[in-house]
Design a protein around this ligand. Structure first.
Ligand SMILES: Nc1nc2c(ncn2[C@@H]2O[C@H](COP(=O)(O)OP(=O)(O)O)[C@@H](O)[C@H]2O)c(=O)[nH]1
Ligand SMILES: [Mg+2]
Length: 190
């Protein structure tokens, strides 16, 4: 289901998990990886195109919600696209997900926009986990180092965060972290 306006958000009483992250971080690829479907969510190598929110209903039990990516500058010199109005409407009033996967590129680390989003999540009361994507792009040593840096990031531990936020290393290419993400989804869908 696709929503370009807030009156198109699903209204049934089915739990929703939103995927938040900058354009190109791997949101659509994660949906395909955890559902085991090749092109369920459309992936793109030219970022910044999604201006709709896409709702993927799994087993009639839970929605995975692919939010528009933020923080992509279309041309150099352009202002960075921040949160879309639609995303704001979804997160704050009209949708309000039960859980959020905040995606961060494990090689790049958290961007300013990622931090802004994490800050917002901390004050929202919505439970969330950080999924560190594209883990296959770096070697094991760097991976462990970057994961550790994320896990001890001040915004992901008390007092900024309500509790220690789970950080999952993930690769849609190798399936690394896929089972952990599936387990979290099952937990929310109960
Ligand atoms: N190496 C690698 N590439 C990935 C991974 N996940 C996504 N990509 C690539 O990154 C690009 C953007 O992915 P996409 O899922 O469309 O990102 P989205 O904009 O956040 O939905 C695509 O070219 C994907 O093939 C990953 O785990 N490993
Ligand atoms: Mg996408």
């Amino acid at each position: 289901m696709t929503a370009g306006r807030k009156d198109q958000f699903p209204r049934e009483n089915i739990p929703q998990i939103a995927l938040s992250g900058r354009s190109n971080v791997g949101k659509s690829s994660l949906i395909n990886a955890v559902t085991g479907r090749k092109n369920y969510a459309h992936t793109s190598s030219s970022p910044g195109k999604t201006v709709t929110i896409n709702f993927y209903l799994l087993d009639k039990k839970i929605y995975l919600v692919d939010l528009p990516g933020y923080g992509y500058a279309r041309r150099s010199g352009d202002h960075q696209e921040s949160f879309s109005k639609l995303t704001e409407a979804y997160l704050s009033q009209d949708g309000k997900p039960d859980f959020v996967f905040q995606l961060v590129d494990l090689k790049v680390g958290p961007t300013q926009n990622d931090i802004m989003m994490i800050d917002w999540l901390n004050s929202s009361g919505i439970p969330y986990a950080v999924v560190a994507t594209k883990a296959d792009k770096i070697n094991v040593t760097t991976r462990e180092h970057n994961l550790e840096a994320l896990r001890s990031h001040p915004y992901l531990i008390p007092p900024y965060a309500e509790r220690q936020i789970e950080v999952v290393g993930f690769s849609s290419l190798t399936g690394d972290g896929k089972q952990i993400v599936r387990d979290i989804i099952s937990g929310v869908s109960k």
